[in-house]
Structures are given as structure tokens and as C-alpha cells.
Design a binder for this molecule. Structure first.
Ligand code: SF4
Ligand code: SF4
Length: 490
């Protein structure tokens, strides 16, 4: 039975098709919905995470140097990442919803509100892509998972960057164009089951204020309620891309016409209509590259944890005639994030175009089919992070107890043997996540093929399905290798 019963309705706002739906609305659920709709909900979540971030920074700089004994490394690289992907899979972009980085900005904006727009040339994902790739590289090159001080430094740098960008530029420039974790969340949340969307398109058609995008001001002209700072106009918004789940539109809409609606996960990846604040996916090479970095980065990040990577790096070092680890790692990243994707995508795209007897340009074809890889990419991230999270589930307890003892509190005697599920118990979960991701990718790609190639869709789909099957096999092999238990004693 379909989860959604959408009705396409033509909107008067530029004639874009929007959906009204009778889908399950999380905001209508008693207690939870009431909580999510409160204006204080986000600041409360952010404050809790801000306190946690400050604790991590302090423990990272002042606590034990050994990573498994330090909250900064343990909670950042084992628990936060695991919870992040599991929440994206189960709900949506709740980590952007509770992001503590924005609290200092909110405070600063009470004294001085920036008026500059973010530079037009940078209003895309290229900067976020570079930072996302840079973060993956720094994680390996600097062994961030093993260094509490570097991890704490990274958190401080992150706060400083967010404050700096948003001190100069109005609206949510940092979230939309800069934040690498945000870009990760935006892509992953295309496969999330919930989406912020209008309840009734007809209500928007007759709405004269459009507060969801413009916000509202009081009689003195001061902003009373923000509209969407990510430039997503609700009647034309499609999917979760660029949506931080901030709920500003929910608070702003005077007609209570915004829902947190259940939907078919991943369906939006096959949609190529115009989206508010995003445009058409097929005309956004930056978004396509982000989707590819998301997928191939998942494989590379898992590869960095297994023992064959050391043999491969040793071999690379011999070929290159250098012992410089950073240079070897740079070549490895170039191979995994540039050479390998280019070769595989060109091969799949060329075969698909030939099979479908299409004269479309190869790059244009790849820019459309790249989005089909996202569910598999999320499956790989989720399987990998779920492994660390579930096997190290309770490791934070003795670390927190020891940290409390260090400052004179007692939360009990640390039992350093605490772990979580055993590795064999987690394997079926990992496999399930990978297989779900693979079938999600297959379903999305089949829809893209049908949209683009009509009756020739099965022929166009075949090479892409083969590529996805190959990536699945690689991921299964990778996750079957003995994995470094980074950040824990296990
Ligand atoms: S303010 Fe509400 S009713 Fe008006 S356009 Fe936005 S979502 Fe629709
Ligand atoms: S205001 Fe914009 S970013 Fe925030 S929840 Fe609404 S659509 Fe998403």
C-alpha cells in the first residue's frame, strides 16, 4: 500500500506542480508533534548539544590523551556519527534541527544583523564539496579519531567558521553553501522517510502573505518570525535537499499548513522538476558531484578502516618512491574519489546510452543517473557507522564516569570492559542496511531510466544496475574485513 496519496495540484505561484497529501503528519502526533511545533524546541535541543560540545572541547583539550578514554574522540567518532546516520534513516535531518553551531550566531545577530548576500559565485555546493572531501582527508591524514586534542580543535574551528560566515552574510549561508556535515545531511535526507511540506496546496494558492518564506515583522519593523532562510518556498519545495528541519516555516505559516509528512524514501531523487531554492537536479552538476562524493566517499571511508588499506598504501608508496604518508594518502584519495568514479561512471553511462540508442551527451546522462547511487551510498555509511556505534554502544559510560571522577564527582566506578553488541551480532544489521541501500538505488535508477528513456528504460538501466551491484559486492567485502575499532578499547 503506498504511504502517500498525493494529488498533483497546479499552484498559482509560477505554475509549479506541488503536492497535497493526506500523508501521516508527525506534527499531528500528540505530545511529539506538540513538542516539535514549539518555538523553544530548537533552542532547547541546540542548548543541550552546545553544552555537550563544550564538554567535548574541554575533555578533548584537558582530558586523557588516549582516544578511547576521551569523550571528544569517543562521542564524536563513534556515537555522534552512528546516531546521525541512524536518525537520517529513521526520521530525517534531525541533527541540523538541533545543530549547536547556530546558537553563537543567533546571539551575535541580536547585536548586529548582517545584510550582505553570500557571493553569487559561491551560491552552490562546490565549497561544501571541497570541505566535505577535505574533512574525509583530514580524518585519515591526521588520525583525528585517535587525537582528542585535534578533535576538540576541529569542533572549535567548526564553531568559528560558522560564526564567521554567518557574521558576514545574511540568512543561513553557512548551512546552505559551506557546512560539509550539512551537505552530507542534505544528500542523506533524500532517503529519509519524513519531509517538511505543505498540507494543502489550495491553502497556499489563496495565501497572500507567504510568511513561510518572507517571515513576519512586528509593528516596530523587527523580525518576529523568520521565514525559510534556506530559500525554500514551501509551495514549490520538493524533497529534503537543503532543508535543515529548522521548523521556521511551521512557525511562520499563519494557516498551520506545514506538515512533517511521511513519504516514500528516495523518491525525490528521481524527480527532475524545478525545486524551490534548488532548481532542477539535472541542471545542478554540483549536486550530482556531491551525490557521487557521498557514495564513493562512503566506500573510501570504510576502506580506510580495514587492513588491506595498509598493504595497498605500502604498494602505492613503493610505486611512487616516497615514504611521505600525506602524499600517498593524497594519491589514494585521488584514485578513490576521482579516477575510479570517472572510469566507472563513463563506462556505465556509455553502455547505457548505447543500449538505449540515445544521442544524449555522456555528462548530461551521468548528471541524471548519479542521484540513483545515493541510497546505496547511505546504506554503506549506515552499515559502517552502525558497526562502530553498536559495538561501542556503552563505551561512553566508563569514559563519562572517569571524566566525572577527574573533576570530583562520582558517577560510579568505571568498568572499562563495557562495549556493546558483538561484531557477529551486528553483521546481519550491516548486511541488511547494504542490501536495502542497493535495492533503493535500483528502484530510484529504474525510475530515472523510465523518465529519461521510456520503453528503452530496461536497456538503459542494465549497466547502472551492474555498477550498483559491483559497488554492493565491494561494500560487502569491505565490511566483512576485520575492521579497526577506532576510538574504543574493543
Ligand atoms: S505561509 Fe503557509 S499557506 Fe502561505 S504559502 Fe507559505 S506554507 Fe502556504
Ligand atoms: S524553514 Fe526551510 S529549512 Fe526550515 S524546515 Fe522549513 S523548509 Fe526546511
Amino acid at each position: 500500500m503506498p504511504l502517500l496519496a498525493p494529488t498533483d495540484v497546479r499552484s498559482s505561484h509560477g505554475g509549479t506542480s506541488v503536492k497535497s497529501s493526506s500523508a501521516f503528519d508527525l506534527l499531528a502526533v500528540p505530545v511529539l508533534g506538540t513538542f516539535l511545533k514549539q518555538r523553544w524546541m530548537r533552542p532547547v535541543l541546540q542548548s543541550i548539544l552546545l553544552v555537550l560540545a563544550v564538554l567535548l572541547i574541554l575533555h578533548g583539550f584537558l582530558g586523557p590523551k588516549l582516544a578511547p578514554k576521551n569523550l571528544a574522540t569517543l562521542l564524536t567518532w563513534v556515537h555522534y556519527r552512528g546516531l546521525l546516520v541512524l536518525a537520517l534513516l529513521a526520521l530525517g535531518n534531525v541533527f541540523c534541527m538541533g545543530c549547536p553551531l547556530l546558537l553563537p550566531r543567533e546571539l551575535a545577530r541580536r547585536f548586529s544583523a548582517p545584510v550582505r548576500r553570500f557571493p553569487r559565485a559561491l551560491r552552490n555546493k562546490w565549497l561544501g564539496i571541497a570541505l566535505f572531501a577535505g574533512l574525509l582527508f583530514a580524518y585519515e591524514a591526521m588520525d583525528l579519531w585517535a587525537s582528542p586534542a585535534w578533535t576538540a580543535g576541529l569542533i572549535v574551528a567548526y564553531f568559528a567558521l560558522a560564526l564567521l560566515v554567518d557574521a558576514f552574510f545574511e540568512r543561513a549561508a553557512f548551512c546552505k553553501y559551506v557546512c560539509p556535515i550539512g551537505q552530507f545531511n542534505f544528500v542523506a535526507s533524500t532517503v529519509s522517510p519524513f519531509e517538511v511540506k505543505v498540507k494543502e496546496a489550495a491553502t497556499c494558492d489563496s495565501c497572500t502573505t507567504k510568511d513561510c518564506i518572507k517571515g513576519s515583522r512586528n509593528e516596530a519593523g523587527r523580525i518576529e518570525q523568520r521565514g525559510c532562510e534556506l530559500d525554500l518556498f514551501l509551495p514549490r519545495k520538493v524533497g529534503n535537499l537543503d532543508c535543515t528541519f529548522c521548523m521556521d516555516c511551521v512557525h511562520a505559516c499563519p494557516h498551520d499548513n506545514v506538515a512533517l509528512a511521511l513519504r516514500v524514501p528516495g523518491e525525490e531523487l528521481a524527480h527532475d522538476g524545478v525545486r524551490s531554492g534548488v532548481g532542477r537536479l539535472s541542471k545542478r552538476p554540483d549536486l550530482a558531484v556531491l551525490a557521487l562524493l557521498f557514495t564513493f566517499g562512503a566506500l573510501l571511508n570504510a576502506f580506510g578502516m580495514v587492513s588491506p588499506v595498509y598493504a595497498f598504501q605500502e604498494q602505492l608508496a613503493q610505486w611512487l618512491g616516497t615514504r611521505n604518508e600525506t602524499a600517498v594518502l593524497g594519491v589514494l584519495f585521488g584514485l578513490a574519489l576521482v579516477v575510479e568514479p570517472v572510469v566507472l561512471l563513463c563506462l556505465a553511462g556509455t553502455l547505457a546510452l548505447r543500449a538505449a540508442r540515445s544521442s544524449e551527451a555522456l555528462l548530461a546522462h551521468i548528471a541524471k543517473f548519479a542521484y540513483g547511487l545515493v541510497p546505496l551510498g547511505l546504506g554503506i555509511w549506515a552499515a559502517h557507522y552502525a558497526f562502530h556505534f553498536l559495538t561501542g554502544l556503552w563505551t561512553f559510560v566508563p569514559v563519562a564516569q572517569a571524566a566525572a571522577l577527574d573533576v570530583g564527582f562520582s558517577l560510579g566506578h568505571p568498568d572499562w570492559g563495557r562495549g556493546g553488541l558483538t561484531a557477529p551480532a551486528v553483521k546481519p544489521i550491516e548486511l541488511g542496511l547494504l542490501i536495502m541501500g542497493f535495492f533503493g538505488s535500483l528502484a530510484v535508477t529504474a525510475r530515472i531510466a523510465r523518465r529519461e528513456h521510456g520503453t528503452a528504460a530496461p536497456r538503459a538501466l542494465a549497466p547502472w544496475a551492474a555498477l550498483q551491484a559491483m559497488l554492493l559486492v565491494c561494500a560487502i567485502w569491505l565490511l566483512a574485513q576485520p575492521m579497526e575499532m577506532r576510538g574504543t578499547f574493543l
